[in-house]
Every structure is written in structure tokens, then in C-alpha cells.
Write a protein that binds this ligand. Sequence first.
Ligand code: GDP
Length: 459
Amino acid sequence: MKNIVQQETIVAIASAVVPNQGSIGIVRLSGVTALEITQKIFIPQGKPSWKSHQILYGYIQHPDTQQIIDEVLVLLMLSPRSYTREDVIEIHCHGGIIPVQQILELCLECGARLANAGEFTLRAFLNGRIDLTQAESISEIVGAKSPQASHVALSGLRGKLAQPIREMRSSLLDILAEVEARIDFEDDLPPLDEAQIREDLEVSLSQVKHILATKDQGELLRSGVKVAIVGRPNVGKSSLLNAWSKTDRAIVTDLPGTTRDVVESQLVVQGIPIQVLDTAGIRETEDTVEKIGVARSLQAVSQADLILFTIDASVGWTLEDEEIYRQIKDLNLILVINKTDIAPSEGVKYPDEINQIVPTAGALNQGIYALETAIIDTIKKGETTAGDLDIAINQRQAAALTRAKIALIQVQETMENQLPLDFWTIDLRIAIQALGEITGEEVTESVLDRIFSRFCIGK
Ligand code: GDP
């Protein structure tokens, strides 16, 4: 275990700050004077022992003015049994903005410093409590937009990514040691077991490729996809979105917008967050307000990963549909033939090159499941999966793994070409370094800054 360095005390609001919504607010302190600061501002009931892992009840009181600020619970988690391995104290007060902010300010007055983004987790990493993949997983659990995204992040936190990476790195370090020994003391040692090295390299390389295959899934789970519902007015776009939003498979948050503007909804389909943009009809217009809507629609279309081009089965393919299609035909699209309750979709003529068609009757909640399946099939097309792995790597991890992969292939080629042992070590070191960067065993300060700056304050 690393030596724990207790640093200056940091403080932050650890709970979400939403007016009128949180019943409990948490202010968290970590560092060498966390206990001392708490003892200055907290009046406990009775005579507590201030031992670790206790919950104390009492009041927060300003030490100078004696003004009572809130009734609180104080959690003591003293070094090393804490999130950061330093002395950590959580003050649980009433939720809402005022108590948490007043307590935060009091801690600052008493000598704590406001924590930087991710600084608690950075300290947990620097003090050896978690590795870098676990730190990133923590941030991903907080930001997860679907249960599946949270699930894979939790796997990361439980070390499911770090473990195979560590095993590979250790195997490569063994190979490197063998090779370097032959460079330094060739005459005193038996020859290298090249067959074994080849086998070990192949095992590591296929493992690297296997883990790399979780990248696409990771991106889908983290960022999700943007889908735009596009079509001329009255084909049933809003009804479709309503029906879709109401299905029990979907979790919906309505974002503000007007009917003439782009309305956004956040849905989750098969674990993938889908941001749906319901656009005003794309058409030429003289109406200024609608013009803005139309301009936004076109912008929404250009930002979407997939278009649901909606037409009306009872009217068929019109000139206006043709006009809209002309503007979007090079994009990734599904043709939604709506209102099939009043006219069969088979009767509708549409351009031959459209090969993804889903009949729906949005107003009657029909065809929604088929539409979701078509969407998932379309966005997952071409994606390689590593279904047995419960993890989903992020871009940083993927970049490092790609470097490791290239270096391992290079070592294999160097062996095939029977180049001198010095050459083997160059690429072995690159692969070892890249794997070490993933877990944080080899990482520079600037990389750490980049990772932790993406965290929220208080994490
Ligand atoms: P939008 O302008 O494309 O958003 O279209 P709306 O969703 O506002 O729908 C326009 C009209 O078509 C409304 O009167 C809806 O009730 C009706 N409508 C929408 N979907 C269907 C459907 O599946 N079947 C039938 N029969 N009517 C529909």
C-alpha cells in the first residue's frame, strides 16, 4: 500500500444542489485538519469519543457569532478507512441551497479550501485506494444516462477492466525481463524460449483486441444517439413521439421547446440513451416564427445520427415529401409510414433505394416496438461487440489499448524477422507503458489533470 499523504483540507458540496428538491444535503471535508475544522463548528449532543466510523448528531454553529446554522448528522471516516484514505468527514444537513452553502462557507472560513473538480477521487487515486480505471468509472456512474451505462461503469469500479490489463502488463514485464537478461548476460543463461514468448504475446494481443471491441458499445452507452423525426406538417410526428415516450420501455424527460421549434426528449432504448428531436416541418415558409423553426429543424437534421422520415399512409408520397427527401436522402434514415390504421402501408409508393421501412399508427401506439428495433439495428450495424465482457472502455483507454496493440504486433514482426533483442525491448516497453497508463501505474500529471478536470466538484 502507498504511504498516505494527508494534504491540506478540501471541502465541497457532495450532494446535488437543486432548489426545493433534495431533502438532505452533504458537505464533505477531506484532509489533515478535517476533524479540527468539524470540532470548531459542530456542537454534538452528549460527549462523543470522535472515534472513526461513527455518526454524531448535533448542530452546526458559527464559532464566533454562536449562530446556529442547521441541525445535522456528522459522519466520521478517519484515515485510512475513507474514500480518500485521508480523514474524511461528511456533514449531512437539510437539503436545499442555503444550509449547504452556509456550512460550506463556514468550513472555508475555518481554513479548508474549496475542492477542485474530482479532487476527492484524485486523492483516492494518489493514495492508492483506487486505480485510474476505477476513478473513471466513478465519474461514469455519476454521469450515467441509462441503467446499462451505470452497470458497465460499476463493473469498471469493481476492477473488471483493471484486472485483465494488470495481468497482461505483468506477463509483458516477465517477457521483457527475460529478453533484457539475455542482452546483459547472454553467456550465463539458457536460450530464450521463443515459442513460449510467441504464445504469451498472442494471448495478450487477442485479449487487447477483445477489450478494444467494447469501445463502440461504450460510446453508445455514454453518449447515446440523436434521432430526428422529420416530415411535413400533420403526418403525425408529434403523435409518434408522444406514443414512443409513453411506452414503458422508454424513460422520458421533456426538455423545453415549442411546437414550432425543436422539441427534445430523452429516451432509453435497450440501454442506449436516445435524444429525439421532433422538428417542425421542413418546408419553404414566409412566416418569420416558423422560419426560425424550419432553420432549427434543418440544423437538428444535420446533427442527428439517424432520421425518422415520416410520411402519411393515407395521403401517400407527395411532392412535398419528395422535396424533403431530396434534402435528407444522403443521411442515415428510416422511412416511417404513419397512419396505417386508416390506409395500408403497402399502397404507398416511395423511392426504391429506401430499404428501412417501418409502418406505424402513432395515434394508436402501433408499430413503436418495430420502430425501436429498427433504430437499434441501424445504429448497431457494423459495431463489433464483446458480449461476454461486462465493461465498456472509454476513448482514453481505447487510445492506450490501440497503442499497446500496435506495439505487440510490432514485437511479433520483430521476432519473425529475427531482429536483435534490443528491438524487441523497444516495442515491449511501449506496450507496457500503454497498459500502465490505463490503470494509472504509469501516468503523467497532465493526463491526470485532463481526466479529473472532467469530474464534478465534490466528487
Ligand atoms: P405533426 O404535425 O407531424 O407533428 O402531426 P401530429 O402528430 O400533430 O398529427 C397530425 C394529425 O394527425 C392529428 O390530428 C393526429 O391526431 C393525426 N394522427 C397522427 N398520427 C396518427 C395515426 O397514426 N393515425 C391516425 N388516424 N391519425 C393520426
